[in-house]
Design a protein around this ligand. Structure first.
Ligand code: SAM
Ligand code: SF4
Length: 329
């Protein structure tokens, strides 16, 4: 799938649910209205649409949400998708999770061919963890990470940089990742969805985080590319990689070869643009995949060149009205 700017679309992020057992302050409001079940793709439909993308050249689907592991019977989808690992059509099958249920599923995920998971963890302080996630327990997440590693999965930590919340913790987290042998990526807060906390109050530029870190750690720029938008450095003292995702201060669109499918079957060709394609209608219209394939081709043909995120400082309005838990991070 080559888009109009010559980018070969190989990554598909698939949100399998908009629900979650946490309520992270930057992602969701405490009171959320979730979508009615009839609007959500069934697991069979998710398998069909993912498989259509695999046939078209997607090599690395990432299952996400909401929290993917709260979707009932989610392992059925991983088991189905594992056939594309067995056939060699997929290079990898991965997921992004809050790890609250990872201890329960780690072994089964490994058995389906999953080898890497991204775990979102913004702090190592149990009280702060509950303040940020509202409903989460740090202990469960650490247990999940341990279970994943015991099952043979490699774990990468994703942490959102939050002003006044975890900005004093990055040294501790770098040291912990070094001890545990984990890579980490820091993410700038993106202006997505209307959440109750003030977005500008949470925004912390990673350029500032990096310059503070340089006082304590040796950061060497490296060429490593994960296929995503992160820029990486190696931490001299620990040897681990540290990624920076800076959607607001740096434009990473030129190399963007990913598209995102929501749990309702809407395909977003860019995280920061409203244009989207409805894949649920062609999916439900016919058991034959022809209308679905045509809709996918038409969508890729209008993947935009880039996004235009801005935090609206006067009105504190999100630049994008949909929540990250809907689009799938
Ligand atoms: N529930 C899973 C989790 O937390 O890993 C998967 C879905 S979550 C939406 C995916 C990623 O998006 C997480 O790493 C989360 O921290 C990040 N995220 C959510 N809202 C965000 C925002 N407004 N800005 C930046 N990152 C955000
Ligand atoms: Fe749930 Fe992930 Fe959003 Fe946190 S970031 S509320 S864990 S979907």
């Amino acid at each position: 799938m080559i888009d109009p700017f010559g980018r070969d679309v190989k990554y598909l992020r698939v949100s399998v649910t908009d629900r979650c057992d946490f309520r992270c302050t930057y992602c969701m409001a405490e009171e959320m209205t979730f979508l009615p079940r009839s609007e959500i793709l069934s697991l069979e439909e998710l398998d069909r649409v993912c498989s259509a993308f695999v046939t078209k050249g997607v090599k690395k689907p990432r299952i996400t949400g909401g929290e993917p592991l709260v979707r009932r019977n989610i392992m059925w989808l991983f088991e189905r998708l594992s056939r594309h690992m067995d056939s060699g059509a997929l290079e990898e099958l991965t997921l992004t999770t809050n790890a609250s249920r990872l201890s329960q599923y780690a072994k089964a995920l490994y058995d389906c061919g999953v080898r890497r998971v991204n775990v979102s963890l913004d702090t190592l302080d149990p009280l702060k963890f509950t303040a940020i996630t509202r409903w989460g327990k740090l202990e469960k997440v650490l247990e999940g990470i341990e279970a994943a590693r015991n099952a043979g999965l490699s774990v990468k930590i994703n942490a959102v940089a939050l002003k006044g919340l975890n900005e004093d913790e990055f040294d501790r987290m770098i040291a912990w990742c070094g001890e545990e042998g984990l890579d980490m990526t820091l993410i700038e807060v993106m202006p997505m969805g209307d959440v109750s906390d003030e977005r500008i109050a949470q925004y912390l530029p990673l350029s500032l985080v990096r310059s503070r870190m340089e006082k304590n750690w040796k950061l060497e720029d490296i060429d490593y590319q994960s296929g995503g938008p992160a820029r990486y450095v190696r931490i001299g003292e620990t040897g681990r990689k540290l990624g920076f995702i800076t959607p607001l201060t740096h434009n990473f669109c030129e190399s963007c070869n990913r598209v995102r499918l929501t749990c309702t079957g809407t395909l977003y060709m860019c995280l920061g643009q409203e244009d989207a394609a409805d894949l649920r209608t062609p999916l439900r219209q016919s058991e034959d995949d022809t209308p679905l394939n045509e809709a996918i081709d038409a969508a890729i043909a209008r993947k935009p060149k880039g996004h235009d995120f801005i935090i609206d400082r006067r009105n504190n309005e999100p630049a994008m009205s949909r929540h990250m838990s809907h689009t799938g991070g």
